[in-house]
Write a protein that binds this ligand. Sequence first.
Ligand code: NAD
Length: 473
Amino acid sequence: MDFFSDYTMTIDGRAATAPAGFPAYNPATEDVIAEAPDATRAQLDAAVDAAARAFPAWSARPIAERQALVARIGDLIEAHAEAFMRLLTLEQGKARKGAEWEIGGSVVWCREIARQSLPVHVVEDTAERRVETRRVPLGVIGGITPWNFPVLLAIWKIAPALVAGNTMVLKPSPYTPLCTLKLGELLRDVLPPGVLNIVSGGNDLGAWLTTHPSVRKISFTGSTATGRKIMASASGNLKRITLELGGNDPAIVLPDVDVKQTAEKLFWAAFQNSAQFCVAAKRLYIHEDIYDELATALVDYARTVKVGDGARQGIDLGPIQNRMQFEKLRDLLADAKANGQRFLIGGEIGDGPGFFVPVTIVDNPPEDSRVVVEEAFGPVLPLLKFNDLDDVVARANATEYGLAASVWGRDIETARQVAERIEAGTVWINEIHSFSPHVAFGGHKQSGIGIENALEGLAEYTNAQTLVVNGAA
Ligand code: NAD
């Protein structure tokens, strides 16, 4: 199979081209690297119909068989890991290490989710009756993914949806369709036709999926703004929804940390994947006693990090994935500059080609400035001073978001007390970004609805069904 040409959709187990296509770009060069099919409305309907036809047989298969096929998806990704990593870097921009993390993670997720199943809860088992609640699949799932981790976040949906007995129509971001289309091609002969359909297209295609009457659930990862639209359009037939949305995660650094050691961890907490990471540390609150020392250590470390074309050896951070996000960051930097904010490093965007934004650290901007309030989704990090725990907790929580957070300090009891007061779905202490297929992940407030991963995540691909069996006929 050639990963670098001939991108087709997968509908009912077969390749599908579309009357029109749209370009995919290499964000490091701005060159067009391929054309992806732009699905028509009729093709989306055909994909949903195929998934609906495949559902009865797929859901009736023993779960062990479904688990084995999901584990096999992991084996196949592993067998083609090199091609996936190269294509991921080409279309997404991320550097080699990041591509290894994403593709390696996708393999692990398939294998581990394939070990999960939902127990039957027996509530009563008496001579008179047996009452049990079991979990049954929903039907056709619509999956919609963003452009920052296109493969891993697709697997986070495909693996539990299929293990639970559902079928799926998945739509990748129009900015990063290529790896997902190749994943569909790879699985064409592995999964029964219609179990996993991959369609590519623009935002309209997403809207058709979310309003389709035969789709029973939407599992969406993307921005809060789109999440709101999806919640509204899913109401037509009361679709279930799981929404993994944006974040503006605070990291709180207490005065007793080892500054040198923590600086490197905090750098990556903020800038991993060029900060195109829903759970990147996006506001760094530093106790005033160590502010200057830590700011200097962060800048010193930042000088050692290489930004460039992710396909080149020795590059740590790639470009921003697309022009839309790149222009948003340009605007954010212009705003910071116009308001007299001080850059400790970075702040100047070069002439290109490529959507490169330098690592930028902003020195203690006002709490209501755009660099603090908005989710930058790019390498622009505000450092903020605090001297009082109640104050920093209030500032950390003063956002519509509640995705994740981190607290850094040697006195674990104090760090824990702070962590427990943060309104966020995940709070890490002295580490960050440790994810597991067996650990629940989801946002509070406007960072989302529902959970991915763990048995709670698997359960979101099911309905509860209670059986009350009275032995007397
Ligand atoms: P986005 O919301 O612009 O797009 C995400 C997906 O939604 C794309 O596939 C897009 O085509 C589709 N879409 C757009 N409009 C639609 C509509 N009206 N109906 C249905 N689908 C539609 O998000 P993005 O820019 O691709 O991703 C960045 C955002 O995703 C950031 O806010 C980031 O924090 C968030 N994110 C969250 C998580 C998480 O797990 N919570 C993970 C990664 C990214």
